[in-house]
Design a protein around this ligand. Structure first.
Ligand code: 28F
Length: 638
């Protein structure tokens, strides 16, 4: 016979089942239980604050990482409603925290206009995946508080004091039973909050790290919104138009915000967002922007005589050379598509964005003929360069120097020709390359050592890159062409593995290669062929015990608590070169033991952004920057 627990009504049973489902399959709700998923918890809570800001009631958000990796988020919004629902007898606030999908985000007339996150499932998910959660609300003249453990209410909402302020504060401790790590990366969170502040003009967001003796704090607030974002991205670059061109317009209920600025660089750098979510794969809003841009500049160039009758139209890529732009749209019911669900699918948005761009930009060019001329001069020289690059590429192709038949001299190829099973290791430095060659599985693993000075991809047009002696061996080894000619079905290795030291120089080479793949062999990343090898940082040895390799500091700490500590020696590896071939094989290359990190488009875009920002001519700030940001290209998902 079934037992009934009369303490629970049908509602609560549903609630508990809902949150139990979240705990059983957390990945479904937050993507993964790696550090990415962990960070996602914070974003979910902050997203709720941002929604309150977008509704017009909040302009101040404070995030803190407290000792012990407790997260605290506080806003100055209206405070989550505290009234009790007449049927369920549960407060609105408790409902938000215990019912899956509850919250104003999903319709109703609570003042929220757009639904947010990709996994926009909110507070109840965070609650379900936290050891404990504490919510404090100020509104209606009072201070109210409630507490939860692993999603279950332990203290009902209670009035604990008086206050004439309003706002919501949430503190939570991510559940270490669920997450691989509960150790937040300050830099990752700070980057995201900076981005959020850019995307919501005038919104103040601070982040404070209180875990170490010397606390860190950054504050973000940009009155210029996307204009400030573009200025930030272009900080180190030579600008062609100043200030950035700014478009703000609502067309058919779709708010559109765009800032754009040309630089003397040869690359385009366009970021796009839908409901504050970075749409890495682009989509209809990006398409509309590009079409509008191409149309406006061609029409203007014709009507003002920049293009003569006999001249062909400028191509989109000519018009985007050197362009830095950020596009943000708010769409009521966004359809997200693509491999990583970061591509906007709503087809109506194309025309909407295009028309906004055409209207505002053509008026701008008419009013600013000098700016228009400077930009068009650049576009026209880009179109000439494109022709030259095409010729260079054809020449190169004729000489067949990039063809499969010709492999780079430094490549130690594998014997198998079955691309699915083959992998190429791009290794930094000759000594590590030597160890890798001796340690590898010759049948399936090829080694390509790289050395020497890195090419500044930012400062070279495509034709230079095709012939660069550092990148050419990479192009030849992969064997699938480059740029518009790249054919991912022709790759000679199913896995392209970057194996570099866990130091600044290693980060440098990772950034270079990721940026290069991102710009010139994008399908390689999109289809998941690029990996980062993770060499161990430490070897723990003890007499009579098998050596233990540790890949992170946490692992080392853990290991040290597990082996008693007498006669234990710890070796710290400074570089791949310190490992002998057997060790390198065992720890980093043997499919049985190795840790590979698959590079995502997000990682590659981050690397690309870093690269973009790096491009000042002074070496020191660049080095510093890499040091601070090395984690993007180092600890991607550890
Ligand atoms: C630190 C995290 O979660 N802030 C939030 C609000 C404000 C309202 C709200 C949130 C209404 C009907 C659910 C207030 N007054 N910070 C936050 N601030 N949620 S979350 O409403 C939730 C919905 O069902 C709010 C009037 N309307 C909305």
């Amino acid at each position: 016979m079934e037992k009934y627990n009369h303490a629970y009504g049908a509602n609560q049973i549903q609630v508990l089942e809902g949150l139990e489902a979240v705990r059983k399959r957390p990945g479904m709700y937050i993507g993964s239980v790696s550090i990415r998923g962990l960070h996602h918890l914070v974003y979910e809570i902050v997203d709720n604050c941002v929604d309150e800001a977008l509704a017009g009631y909040c302009n101040h958000i404070e995030v803190k990482i407290e000792p012990g990796n407790v997260i605290s988020v506080e806003d100055n919004g209206r405070g989550i409603p505290v009234d009790i629902h007449p049927k369920t007898h549960i407060s609105a606030a408790e409902t938000v925290y215990t019912v899956l999908h509850a919250g104003g985000k999903f319709g109703g007339d609570s003042g929220y206009k757009v639904s947010g996150g990709l996994h926009g499932v909110g507070a109840s998910v965070v609650n379900a995946l936290s050891e404990w959660t504490e919510v404090t609300i100020q509104r209606d003249g009072g201070i109210f508080q409630m507490k939860f453990e692993r999603g279950k209410t332990t203290e009902k909402l209670t009035r604990i004091g008086d206050s004439d302020k309003t706002g919501t504060k949430v503190r939570f401790l991510a559940d270490s039973e669920i997450f691989e790590t509960t150790n937040y990366d300050y830099q990752t969170l700070a980057e995201r909050f900076r981005e959020m502040a850019f995307l919501t003009k005038g919104l103040y967001i601070s982040i404070e790290d209180l875990r170490e003796e010397t606390p860190k704090k950054e504050e973000f607030c940009y009155e210029g919104g996307l204009k400030s974002f573009v200025e930030f991205l272009n900080e180190k670059k030579e600008k062609i138009n100043e200030p950035p061109i700014y478009i703000e317009k609502t067309v058919q209920d779709v708010p559109i915000e765009i800032a754009m600025q040309y630089t003397t660089s040869y690359n385009e750098n366009i970021l796009s967002f839908v409901n504050n979510i970075n749409t890495i794969e682009g989509g209809t809003h990006l398409e509309g922007f590009k079409r509008g841009l191409t149309k406006v500049f061609n029409d203007y160039a014709r009507s003002k005589g920049f293009l003569k009758e006999k001249d062909a139209n400028l191509q989109g890529e000519d018009i985007r050379e050197g362009l830095t732009a950020v596009i943000s749209v708010k769409v009521r019911e966004p359809q997200f598509e693509g491999q990583t669900k970061t591509k906007l699918g709503n087809s109506i948005v194309t025309g909407i964005v295009q028309s906004a761009v055409v209207d505002v930009l053509s008026a701008f060019l008419e009013e600013n003929p000098n700016v228009a001329k400077n930009i068009l001069d650049k576009c026209i020289s880009a179109s000439h360069a494109r022709e030259a690059a095409r010729k260079a590429r054809e020449l190169v192709r004729k000489k067949s120097s990039l063809e499969v038949s010709k492999l780079p001299g430094k490549l130690a190829d594998c014997s198998s020709k079955d691309a699915d099973k083959c992998e190429v290791y791009i290794v930094e430095g000759d000594s590590a390359g030597g160890s890798a060659k001796q340690g590898r599985n010759r049948k399936y693993q090829a080694i390509l050592p790289l050395w020497g000075k890195m090419l500044n991809v930012e400062k070279s047009r495509a034709d230079k890159i095709y012939n660069n002696d550092k990148l050419k061996p990479v192009i030849q080894a992969i064997g699938a062409g480059i740029g518009a000619d790249f054919d991912v079905t022709k790759i000679r290795y199913g896995k392209v593995v970057i194996m570099a030291d866990a130091d600044v120089d290693g980060a440098h080479i990772r950034t270079l290669l990721l940026t290069f793949f991102f710009r010139y062999m994008r399908p390689l990343i999109e289809q998941g062929h690029v990996f980062l090898a993770q060499p161990p940082l430490y070897k723990v040895s003890k007499k009579g015990m098998k050596d233990i390799y540790c890949y992170t500091d946490e692992q080392l700490d853990q290991t040290m608590t597990e082996v008693g500590r007498d006669n234990v020696s710890i070796q710290r590896y400074k570089g791949l070169g310190e490992m002998n071939p057997e060790q390198l094989w065992e720890t980093t290359m043997d499919p049985k033991n190795r840790i590979f990190v698959k590079v995502t488009m997000d990682d590659a875009q981050k690397a690309d952004e870093i690269f973009n920002i790096l491009m000042g001519d002074e070496v020191e700030p660049r080095r510093e920057f890499i040091e601070q940001n090395a984690k993007y290209v180092k600890n991607l998902d550890v």
